[in-house]
Design a protein around this ligand. Structure first.
Ligand code: AMP
Length: 397
């Protein structure tokens, strides 16, 4: 691991790619600073070494090419300045002569942040010239943006080639890689994966890649209805991908072949409309009347899934098992969070990833019990699919 722990960065100008794509309200207040907080250990280590830090980050998806006031990173720079307790030099300029002058003027222990890196349309193309201009600002490169590690962009991957001897993983990135590696190469058995969410299509490759590793596979949430329909059950108006029925059957068959126990919901809380206030009907088995749609796991399903989770030594959870955004249908997802917390109390290693599962686990109040919560939704999924992430590869090459 090319980490930063053992390196002394005194006197160096260090370019750090962070993921500060944080939610903000209409008054430009940061409403969830998790991503900023999680990058702080790397930033603080570099500053306390006596480095000058130059942060690169993206915000949203600029379309126009060039500066867009509503996607400026200025509010984030101000927020960072507040929680760091020191000035963060910031410029809205996209002109490299001006930016270079500011970077050159940084003293040891000082920090600056560049404007939204995606204001340069070349960034998302992985453009070499942009990477070269960025690289010219510093002496070393640190990638701490796990959330953007699946992107082959100028600031996440291409830039690394200009620092063959001085490119490193930040502490957050290192934490993600160490834990994901542990999960995918040496999980303590039994290993249970809980995969939920709305669509099977976005998780097929993850499931395929996990089958040789896991002992138990729990499928919940919207995607379970594609399995149910493929198995000849009535699913009413439940969400279903009709073009993936065969995929579901193939995955089931593959699980069986590989000796993986596959668990699907056995009872359902259904509603007569897709809303929190709809009329709720309990379906004691997966046999949902035509006018209803499956919204959450029933009590028997929660117990069944819970029993499997409590017997596990390694747990991976990605995707809610119901429409957890609606309070009346958050019970199933909350029960998964509770059982995982209980399993970790008994010594299991639990990893949770994907925006929805992370917010569910935070809402449930059990987040501090989880061994590892990934900060990267798409990046984590691609890692679990067995893909090489460009942001990781670029440091290792
Ligand atoms: P994904 O982004 O694929 O992980 O899916 C997350 C979304 O799946 C959440 O917004 C959930 O509301 C949704 N979801 C979970 N269960 C169901 C369900 N039974 N019907 C419709 N949507 C669901």
């Amino acid at each position: 691991m090319k980490g930063i722990r053992e390196v002394n960065f005194t006197g160096k100008k260090v370019l750090v790619r962070v993921d500060f794509n944080v939610p903000m309200d209409e008054n430009k207040n940061v409403t969830d600073d998790t991503r900023i907080q999680e990058a702080l250990p790397t930033i603080k280590k570099l500053l306390s070494d006596g480095a000058s830090v130059i942060l690169m980050a993206h915000f949203g998806r600029p379309k126009k090419g060039g500066f867009e006031a509503e996607l400026s990173l200025q509010p984030v720079a101000e927020y960072l300045s507040k929680i760091l307790g020191q000035n963060v030099v910031f410029t809205q300029s996209l002109d490299f002569t001006e930016i270079k002058a500011l970077a050159d003027g940084l003293k040891q222990g000082e920090i600056m942040m560049l404007e939204n890196i995606r204001f340069y349309p070349e960034e998302t193309k992985g453009d070499v010239q942009l990477a070269e201009k960025l690289a010219a600002l510093g002496d070393c490169y640190v990638n701490d943006a796990f959330g953007a590690a699946h992107r082959e962009h100028s600031s996440t991957a291409t830039i690394a080639r200009f620092f063959p001897q001085s490119k490193y993983f930040g502490l957050l990135m290192e934490h993600e890689i160490v834990n994901l590696k542990k999960l995918m190469t040496s999980p303590t058995k039994p290993f249970t994966a809980i995969i939920g969410g709305s669509k099977i299509s976005s998780k097929i490759d993850v499931i395929k890649n996990l089958l040789p590793l896991v002992d138990n596979l729990i499928i919940g949430g919207g995607m379970s209805y594609t399995f149910a329909k493929a198995n000849g059950k009535s699913i009413g108006k439940s969400i279903c991908e009709d073009d993936k029925l065969q995929v579901a059957l193939d995955l089931q068959e593959e699980a069986k072949k590989q000796g993986v126990n596959l668990y699907l919901p056995v009872d359902i809380l259904a509603g007569d409309a897709f809303s929190n206030d709809c009329n709720i009907k309990y379906c004691p088995e997966v046999n949902i009347p035509d006018e209803l749609e499956g919204m959450d796991a029933g009590e028997k399903t929660r117990e069944l899934f819970g029993k499997v989770i409590l017997e596990s030594k390694t747990i991976l959870w990605n995707g809610p098992v119901g429409v957890f955004e609606f309070e009346n249908f958050a019970g199933g997802t909350n029960s998964i969070a509770k059982y995982i917390a209980e399993a970790t109390d008994k010594g299991a290693f639990a990893a949770v990833g994907g925006g929805d599962s992370v917010s569910a686990i935070k809402k449930s109040g059990f987040a501090d019990k989880i061994s590892y919560i990934s900060t990267g939704g798409g990046a984590m999924l691609e890692y679990l699919e067995g893909k090489v992430l460009p942001g990781i590869k670029a440091i290792l090459d």
